[in-house]
Design a protein around this ligand. Sequence first.
Ligand code: BG6
Length: 471
Amino acid sequence: MQKHDDFNFVIFGATGDLTKRKLIPALYNLYKNKSLGENFIVTCIARKDFDNENYLEELKKFYKKNFKNLDEKIWNNLASHIYYFRSEFNDESRLYVLSNFLSNMEKKHGLKENRIYYFATMPENYQNLINFIRQYKLNNQKEGWKRIVIEKPFGSSLNTAKNLNKILKKAFDEKQIFRIDHYLGKETIENILVFRFTNTIFEPVWNRNYIDHIQITVAEDIDIQNRGSYYDKAGAVRDMMQNHLLQILNMVTMDCPGVFDAENMRREKTRLLEKIKVEDFAFGQYEGYRTEEKVNQNSNTETFAALKLFINNSRWKGVPFYIRTGKKLKKQMALVYIKFRDLRCIANQRLNMSSNELIIQIQPEHHIYIHFNIKKPGLTMEVGRVNMDFCYECIYGNTAESYEKLIVDMMEGNLTQFTSWEETKNAWKIVDPVIKKLQAVNNLEVYKSGSWGPATAEILINKYKRSWYYY
Ligand code: BG6
């Protein structure tokens, strides 16, 4: 049975990459597996001079070329729910026409005025759009609920985030605001909590007494993919660290929320972020970055960042965390690596033992590995290293894309996997001083594309007698 109400999915920024590559494909898959039902429309708003027909044709052409299994019948049915509306995001008179367009289309489809306003546009448009929504009372919930989805990064510093939040709060309350971080919709990341808090064999050792250190790596082999105008202002710290990496860190380290719901999760995540202290860092820029389109030729924007940090609470005091992310690295690899402490039980150096490792592989494949010691079969006492491997795909096949899961949450009004203002604020408090340090670096270390980043990132971890984990 359909758990959600009828709705209008209103996308601002409908010709951008996010809409084309993530949102519409997610809606297509949800429509295909009947999770959307039939009582919905998608209103796609952008500047480009398309009419409805050209817009849909463009999309279809793109999907036919890029997606192997496009079912044309299903696409055509979905397309009959999609409407294109051309507007600048600062053209008040045109936006006014939009407000009537939204209700007319809803009436035509017999829908209530339940709306998800999805900001898939450049952050500089947010303020105008929120003000417009407020001015024309498009946030009014008399004829149906209103929810707003804001992509990350939410602001570009603590101050700008505060301003954005202030404007947002004039039009919406916290329960209507979905600050999206698509990493929270990834199966392997959602699973971390279940893995930690439902398995007796892991939770009791998940702390400073048994863990030597933890690493989080989100490495990408791609470049900035024609997003120069956004990326050159953002950089790896704002684009990835402030949100995706800190969210993964939170999943790995937060205390048990008791209940997996928005209120409890948000409380624990906020508490954890308050305790983070960054101690050391390394930054880099890939060779050739300055010649990318729409990038300043003297740009000092970091395309790689690594941090060493601590969490000052009773669970983690003294355990170092190393987190890193970068573009144009050797390969795509996202993982959490947990190195356990040595067990001083059998005192025999010659046995060549090594402490346990647990690896949660997030991308490109989904696995959990545990490395442990065994006695090698034979007449002598020799220790060998073996690997236990849980492979998601082998058991469950392909899992849902994160945007699909998060869109369902938006439809159902479930905020559990979305970021609260308190979390966002605390994340900026961690990252703002890092950005300050970064601004003081005059010439970023340049790293070769296809490498593992700048040499300083290796030094960052090696000087503490540890090394990055690779597979
Ligand atoms: C986005 C960043 O949020 O996440 C991109 O803006 C990055 O720069 C992307 O490439 C990575 O997402 P995923 O799901 O491909 O790992």
